[in-house]
Design a protein around this ligand. Sequence first.
Ligand SMILES: Nc1ncnc2c1ncn2[C@@H]1O[C@H](COP(=O)(O)OP(=O)(O)O)[C@@H](O)[C@H]1O
Ligand SMILES: [Mg+2]
Length: 353
Amino acid sequence: MRQADATTIEMRDLYENAPCGYHSVRPDDTVARMNRTELDWLGYSRSEVVGKRRYAQAVSGRSRNEYLRAFERLHAGGEGIEIETELQRKDGSTFDALLRVSALRDGDGRLSGTRASVVDITARKRAENEAHLYAARLRAISQHVVEIQEIERRRLSAELHDRIGQDLATINLNLHIIRDQLQPPQLDRVASRLDDSIGLVENTVETMRDVASALRPLMLDDYGLAVTLRAHAEQFFGRTGIRTVVQARDPVLRMSQAVEVTLFRIAQEALTNVLKHSHADAVRISLEVGRDEVCLTIADNGCGFDARALRGHPREGLGLLIMEERLRAIGGALRIDSRRGAGTRLVATVGRQ
Ligand SMILES: Nc1ncnc2c1ncn2[C@@H]1O[C@H](COP(=O)(O)OP(=O)(O)O)[C@@H](O)[C@H]1O
Ligand SMILES: [Mg+2]
């Protein structure tokens, strides 16, 4: 056999049995050629297709319009198209395919036909769908966990306030009564113990208030986000010495409970990060409440970090990730502006309701 013939046979074999589909169509989309692989995928014999069917007939009803529009664009002068589409086999079943089509033109630039390759992307599509489903399930679970956590925190906070707070107040009262009733010389023997105990009870009441308010500030429900943020900022300053100002134009409109709780949690976590990571000496929290939208910004003057480096990597810390998820759950979004040496600014935006 001549070398040229052998090469032709090899090329033909490559065309016919390549691991992807190949076909060409005429300007009216009638199939001019189709390789064995694609014929097998579609379940047709060559004589049923070539010169007889338009390629659009192999595209399922769901995708056909998109294919036809893309084909129109080639007529209008477009160079090539790449679309993910659904192809339909002779038996009516379908599969996902990536279609890459390039235009063939005559000397006047008119479309004289197309050449296309087809890749079966069923497995990839299935994996994508599974990933989407999985992400949606994870999101639903994390939302559920957050809701349960809020309910629990609220219950605990109320319990601390109502039950333990009451008991401590009674103990305090009793200690004062005992102190008033005692006379010297008994009083001299126990006075310092009694005073210690009264001081201890008062400290415990303070600690309990802080713990309860970190768990779930009850003032959030009664007075709203701006007031609660101011109280929290004051407490944060008292505890850390980091100057913390809250800017909010009074009177601040109330938001839905979900929005107020979420934004409060974001401020809380952001301040924890400021303390833990930033070395800042000042933080500014600003709350802008529009008619439809709320914007909460927490900006520190600390060391900053490379926010982009966190993207797409499995993270050790979950704080920022949870902030993003909490916001997403109520239709909001978080922007992180931070650079090394330039401080950090978190901007949470969400609809007011
Ligand atoms: N205000 C900030 N200043 C400097 N670095 C920060 C700040 N907030 C976050 N970071 C950086 O981002 C990382 C991720 O934060 P986060 O998701 O809250 O996790 P964690 O606080 O548990 O480390 C932190 O480890 C820190 O390096
Ligand atoms: Mg954190």
